[in-house]
Design a protein around this ligand. Structure first.
Ligand SMILES: Cc1ncc(COP(=O)(O)O)c(C=O)c1O
Length: 402
């Protein structure tokens, strides 16, 4: 065995520039404490705590028994792509053919394939901020650059048409939209999206509309499919969604993209060289999820809505915390900047990262710093966990901050 060598294997500039996902990194830190026998109130991960519904798991067992254990078509089995088309027709009244759909290993992979197929060096991608941590790194991996548009709490963390107009440059090629949003839970109304659409249609922008939380909206809020609003938008939008959040299927890695045929074809070519195809068994489970009884989605949404209420009620009682009630997804994104400059748990708190570190070390509460989402001063709490955990964690946070 070699003991010492002058040789150091190179890491490409692209790979060296990629940051590890901040949310996954936060989960890892909490796991470290857990291995020391410490109970951590973990609010860092963006995944439903529910088990995948029984009838969906049964579909996996059936698929295996039926011998669906081989490679599939690179873009996914036609049964699933047709089920996705049916779902969009039923939900939004929009028509897609199976050839306009590509299934990937999770929506994150769908986003990567979309970016890799649309943008490259010299192109600029517009991202409203706060934004999901992965967007910026995924854009950079293509050689393109990104421009963040800061959306304040006063505007409900939503980009205005004037902001979009001002952000467009000759290099702008793509706008990334995410409604309902991770991390803010903001949901654009149809009217708001219509006015952004006017600006888009007056430009050369394509749109990637990440609608993965579309089935998790609360109160009067309604999710809108951007591509379904107008024919001209249909021609310039890639819609992203998947099974992870709506059906508690994060581990099955099922995401999809729908859009103009020539782009979906290009994405299929990329995927065929990358991974050959998504998991055969997962694809059959996704058919069962989309075609099966949707009561499971309603039940999970109801529980998320109750937790949302609980979180909002509890946060109101904690001093120095301000929150804009989220309309969708399963995150509370709140302002903790009033605590900056204090010493908590024996440590100085100067920004969202040091706030989260103190919360984890002194109160065993795991949150994600807003700076990871482009919003210093804030922290993100995922309430995709039990009410006991929420109450226990917020008791701890309240004690720490009082
Ligand atoms: C906004 C957003 N888009 C996409 C994804 C990716 O989901 P998945 O790859 O599990 O389908 C996530 C997951 O956290 C997300 O928050």
């Amino acid at each position: 065995m070699q003991t010492k060598s002058a040789y150091q294997m190179p890491v490409s500039p692209m790979a060296a520039a990629v940051q590890p996902s901040a949310t996954l990194a936060a989960g890892a830190k909490a796991r470290q404490l857990k291995t020391q026998g410490i109970h951590v109130y973990d609010f860092s991960l963006g995944e439903p705590d529910f088990t995948t519904p029984e009838h969906i798991m049964q579909a996996a067992a059936d698929a295996m028994k039926a011998g669906h254990t081989h490679y599939t078509a690179a873009s996914g089995i036609v049964e699933l792509r047709q089920a996705i088309c049916r779902w969009y027709k039923k939900t939004y009244g929009i028509d897609y053919t199976a050839e306009q759909v590509i299934v990937s290993n999770g929506a994150k992979h769908s986003i990567h394939n979309t970016l890799a197929s649309i943008v490259g060096p010299g192109d600029e991608v517009i991202i409203p901020s706060p934004y999901w941590v992965s967007y910026s790194d995924l854009v950079q991996m293509t050689g393109a650059t990104y421009k963040l548009v800061h959306c304040s709490a006063e505007s409900g963390f939503k980009m205005t048409p004037a902001q979009l107009k001002a952000a467009i440059s000759p290099r702008s090629k793509l706008l990334m939209l995410n409604s309902p949003s991770n991390p803010t839970g903001a949901v654009y109304s149809r009217k708001e999206l219509e006015s952004l659409a006017d600006v888009v249609l007056d430009s050369n922008l394509a749109v990637l509309s990440d609608e993965i939380y579309e089935q998790l909206v609360y109160g009067d809020a309604q999710a809108t499919c951007f591509a379904a609003m107008r024919k001209e938008l249909y021609d310039r939008t890639i819609t992203i969604s998947g099974a992870s959040k709506s059906y508690a299927m994060t581990g099955w890695r099922m995401g999809w993209a729908l859009g103009p045929l020539h782009v979906i074809k290009a994405m299929g070519n990329v995927q065929s060289q990358q991974t050959s195809c998504p998991s055969s068994i997962s694809q059959y489970t996704a058919v069962a999820a989309l075609d099966g009884d949707q009561q499971c989605v309603a039940d999970m949404r109801k529980e998320f809505a109750a937790r949302r209420e609980l979180v909002l009620r509890r946060l109101k009682e904690i001093p120095g915390v301000a929150i804009l009630p989220p309309d969708g997804a399963f995150y509370a994104f709140f302002d903790v900047s009033k605590h900056f400059g204090r010493t908590l748990g024996g440590k100085p708190v100067t920004d969202s990262a040091s706030f989260c570190l103190v919360a984890l070390e002194a109160a065993h509460v795991n949150l994600v710093q807003g700076s990871a989402f482009g919003a210093e001063g804030y922290v993100r709490m995922s309430y995709a966990t039990s009410r006991e955990q929420i109450n226990g964690g917020l008791d701890r946070l309240e004690q720490l901050l009082k």
